[in-house]
Design a protein around this ligand. Sequence first.
Ligand code: AMP
Length: 140
Amino acid sequence: MNYDPNNIFARILRSELPCIKVSETAHTLAFMDVMPQSDGHVLVIPREAASTIHDVSDAALAECMREVKRVAAAVRDALQPDGMLIAQFNGEAAGQTVPHIHFHIIPRWHDAPLKQHARVRADDATLEAQAERIRGALGH
Ligand code: AMP
């Protein structure tokens, strides 16, 4: 897939758009999903310009998965969910809405149904409070 350098996540990586940051490394960025499917929904992206899993380099994907695991552990420690969904979509037909590869970390609770995908904007104060707890669990 041709990479669109002006997609939302590319612009967040260039700091042209804001995000509520959870962590960053030389190769990755993790931030709160602004239309979360549950409390504590975090996105992890590689800095590499790649649309889907078919485009990303093995090295960037490995760095990204390492960060997914580390951030997922921090989300678990911070929010104590009953379980955790990790998801990644490739192409519009699969539900991908932003064409820069990303992994969803979605904490799940037995009594909380999954909210609809990318529908309702959460308020920044709530997201920032959750990010603060997750950053704390990461030791930031
Ligand atoms: P996908 O449908 O897998 O491409 O997921 C894209 C995700 O990005 C959705 O869950 C959206 O809620 C989320 N999203 C869209 N715009 C932003 C943004 N500016 N900051 C954070 N998350 C976003």
